[in-house]
Design a protein around this ligand. Structure first.
Ligand code: FES
Length: 571
């Protein structure tokens, strides 16, 4: 096999000339022939002034380079797109596939024998794992790691669960502008990713259990020296991978995805992770079966006492032994003989992990924080392709509820009317948001956390049943039905709900029902859908709108899915 600097030569019809030219140019950067004869480890640089979750990337890369060189290989850093949740218009999800394409093609285009993927903020690790799955070059993930916490009034704060909680208090008039500004100063006190079990932490945990990181990678705080040592070790390991050629296609088996799905339930992880795992798995031909995932949730309880489901933060999970403490409890439910990128099986990794006696963050399997898995899959005439609810973060009394629909047609409609004093809404109504799905919004924004109408919030209403074809931040909480599939914009039944219709939610029965006769729904649907004005657009937007799939297929592009079937997960 062609390796190192001879890999993937630019085509001029004369390979020796291509190599001659390549060496001539790279020598302009001072590389010697000795350096250029080594195996090459690529390192993705996702630093951006717009991405505070990646603020430590330069230090991490310095440590990774050190590790690569100590192991005798040549580190070569290259930039890719970087995505931060708050600096991505229209949404970060809209850009995830672009980052995946960028990362995949740059891995493929450049002569790297192995690659270190430095990611962290919500969509970055998913995009990088999608890219790794497709490019199938040996890859190791180094998450940027979670932020540390700060306090306000003696109470610990965490981004972004408490961002939402304090904003809700402000909307309800419980705190004044001065206090909400003070909280704003303290919600993100260090570099790193959100320190609750949001999407970033969830994806880091799933990357770790799938064996694509070294042990401990998910939970070491971003600013701890330990993370730099992990980065150095990952660089050294990547140099070995360049020779061993342990590829993502070996690591990303149905068993590895099954382990990830078990952990997703047990950590009370983000609903977004289900979409991302579906997309990553699909690139290896593995189908994530939503109904099997739901059935798995009946046997896998939530063990990790972290916000938004519980009380603690990622730094506490780290002190409690990290993800390994969770895996030890889950061992009877995991496929333990899967390989990991470090060279050991998952069984060996778990056996070597630290046991922290007396820790309070990871519960034993027999004494969980929540009796079943964190996420349930709902079906019914409102969501023939499925919908999800993170019931571990919901109000128990609302998990079985029927109420009158109060419908918002779009994000603009929601913004215009949600706080209107004359909005006809009561606490036991069901708030419905549509045209906020993958194509409708576009980009499936995290708008499923529909705010409680101000007039109800001011009366003390904290939660209501909310339903949409949107996503929700993994840091949010509430009785919120998400990812309704198919979305309204392509004619899903959500498009035909009217104000005053009755909607029934029964999480125990896994049911989401629009209580309107079929013939009436059929009659409504003859009215047709408004055209998607965005379809007239060009460039990436046109590509996205023409090819993005629905949530049950991972919202990847339809042309990315491999022809060969690689199995079903969970197994
Ligand atoms: Fe980057 Fe939360 S905004 S992880």
């Amino acid at each position: 096999m062609t390796t190192g600097i001879r890999r993937g030569l630019t085509r001029y019809g004369d390979a020796e000339f291509s190599l001659f030219l390549r060496k001539a140019f790279i020598k302009a950067m001072g590389y010697s022939d000795d350096a250029l004869e080594r195996p090459i480890v690529g390192i993705t640089n996702t630093y951006s002034d717009f991405n505070p979750c990646h603020a430590t990337v330069p230090q991490l890369i310095a440590a990774i380079r050190r590790g690569v060189m100590l192991a005798g290989a040549l580190p070569m850093e290259f930039p890719t797109i970087s995505i931060h949740e708050s600096f991505a218009w229209p949404t970060s999800m809209y850009l995830r596939n672009l980052m995946a394409l960028d990362t995949e093609e740059m891995i493929r285009a450049q002569p790297v024998d192995a690659v270190v993927l430095v990611g962290g903020c919500d969509k970055t690790i998913p995009a990088q794992l999608m890219a790794a799955a497709s490019a199938d070059v040996p890859a190791i993930v180094v998450p940027t790691g979670p932020m540390l916490t700060r306090t306000h009034g003696g109470e610990r704060l965490g981004a972004c669960t408490d961002c939402r909680r304090y904003w809700a208090k402000f909307r309800a008039g419980e705190i004044d502008p001065g206090e909400v500004d003070a909280v704003n100063e303290r919600l993100a006190p260090t570099a790193g990713t959100c320190m609750v079990m949001g999407t970033a932490s969830t994806m880091a945990c799933l990357a770790e259990v799938m064996g694509t990181t070294l042990p401990g990678a998910a939970s070491i705080p971003a600013v701890h020296a330990e993370r730099l040592r992990l980065a150095e070790a990952s660089g050294a390991r990547a140099a070995a991978l360049a020779t061993e050629q342990l590829r993502p296609s070996v690591l990303m088996s149905p068993e590895a995805f099954s382990n990830a799905l078990v952990v997703l339930h047990a950590i009370g992880g983000s609903t977004n992770a289900l979409i991302h795992l579906t997309a990553i798995a699909a690139r290896r031909g593995v189908r994530i079966d939503l109904d099997r995932f739901d059935a798995l949730g009946r046997k896998v309880p939530v063990l990790v006492d972290l916000k938004p489901t519980g009380a603690h933060y990622m730094e506490h999970l780290h002190e409690a032994g990290g993800l390994n403490a969770v895996l030890r409890e889950l061992a009877p439910l995991l496929h333990l003989d899967v390989p990991t990128v470090g060279g050991r099986t998952l069984r060996e990794v778990i056996a070597a992990g630290e046991v922290v006696v007396g820790q309070q963050v990871v519960r034993p399997l027999g004494d969980p924080i929540y009796g079943s898995g964190g996420i349930a899959v709902l079906r019914g005439n409102l969501a023939p392709g499925g919908a999800v609810i993170k019931h571990s973060s919901a109000t128990p009394a609302l998990l079985r509820h029927a109420g009158r629909a109060v419908v918002f047609d779009s994000l603009d409609d929601l913004a215009a009317r949600i706080d209107a004093p004359d909005l006809d809404v009561a606490a036991d109504d069901v708030l419905v948001l549509r045209n906020a799905g993958p194509r409708g919004a576009p980009g499936m924004p995290e708008a499923g956390y529909i705010p409680i109408p101000k007039k109800l919030a001011q009366r003390g209403v904290k939660d209501m049943v909310r339903i949409s074809d949107a996503r929700m931040s993994g840091t949010a909480f509430g009785t919120i039905v998400l990812h309704v599939t198919p979305e309204a914009a392509i004619g899903g039944p959500l498009a035909w709900v009217r104000n005053g219709d009755r909607i029934r939610l029964d999480v125990d029965q896994r049911a989401i029902e629009l209580c309107v006769p079929d013939d009436e729904l059929a009659r409504r649907s003859t009215a047709g859908l408004p055209p998607l004005p965005e379809l007239a657009s060009s460039g990436y937007r046109r590509l996205y709108l023409a090819h993005v799939t629905q949530a049950d297929r991972g919202c990847d592009f339809d042309f990315m899915l491999p022809a060969a079937a690689g199995g079903v997960a969970p197994v």
